[in-house]
Design a binder for this molecule. Structure first.
Ligand SMILES: [Zn+2]
Length: 257
């Protein structure tokens, strides 16, 4: 998408049409759309949560998306990981996802990284991002991301699911309790959890709703609050989160009570 010469920040004619309906929102408008275009978001995990999250971030025009996942597509992923199709089995998930997303919105810069998130690279991966979407499938990696985001002062939008249950919270370093306050230790020896694709779809779209509010600076994010979603009873409840006084990650920081 070419920009008008001498007017680098203005939206192109094509962008004005593409984003026409969201530009009508007072909280977005051309200035907000420009903020989205300049944003860099890391989607950690390109599975059940990461696929729908990436779709909506790309649709919204978030300018730079970093996709991180080391795994390859398997047939058993296809009930929920909507960017991976039969033809992608065996491909790296980040490449499968980036291929589709680039066709959806060629104006977004996609950075696929086929890496496993670990102690050594977590902080480097998140540093400089405007926010990180926690779309990984295990608590150990979530806690690594949490610590890395805390150190790098990058907001982390946590989403988790099991069966028809889901949860979402937004962690803002220095302002809210962190994930290690809530889950001090990863559970041991847990097998695959049951998932029906609509649950991560629902939770991921809530994560993107949070992401857009943070990037645009409006509304009330789930900062210091956990939203619990129960698809079986169709109930949504919000619980205030408390910092853990002995939290090894955020202890000593100015955490709201
Ligand atoms: Zn903490």
């Amino acid at each position: 998408m070419s920009r008008r010469p001498g007017n680098e920040s203005a939206l192109t004619r094509e962008e004005l049409v593409r984003y026409e309906r969201q530009l009508l929102l007072p909280a977005i408008g051309p200035a907000g759309q420009e903020k989205l275009r300049q944003a860099r978001v890391v989607v950690a995990g390109v599975g059940g949560l990461g696929c729908p999250a990436a779709v909506y971030l790309v649709c919204a025009g978030v300018g730079h998306l970093v996709l991180v996942d080391a795994d390859a597509v398997e047939l058993s992923n296809l009930n929920r990981q909507i960017l991976h199709w039969e033809e992608d089995i065996g491909k790296k998930k980040v490449l499968s996802a980036a291929g589709k997303l680039g066709r959806l919105n060629s104006g977004v810069r996609l950075e696929p990284l086929a890496l496993r998130i670990g102690e050594a690279n977590a902080e480097e991966l998140v540093r400089g991002a405007d926010l990180v979407i926690d779309a990984v499938d295990n608590l150990e990696t979530r806690l690594l991301l949490n610590r890395a985001c805390y150190r790098a002062s990058v907001p982390l939008i946590h989403g988790g699911i099991s069966g028809l249950l889901g949860e979402v919270t937004t962690i803002i370093p220095g302002k809210t309790p962190c994930l290690a306050c809530l889950f001090p230790k990863p559970p041991k020896g847990k097998g695959p959890i049951p998932v029906v694709g609509v649950t991560p779809g629902l939770v991921a779209t809530l994560q993107v709703m949070e992401a857009l509010k943070l990037l645009l600076g409006f509304g009330e994010p789930l900062a210091g609050r956990m939203l619990y979603v129960n698809g079986e009873t169709m109930t949504f409840s919000t619980v205030a989160l408390a910092p853990r006084p002995d939290c090894p990650v955020c202890q000593g920081d100015s955490v709201a009570p």
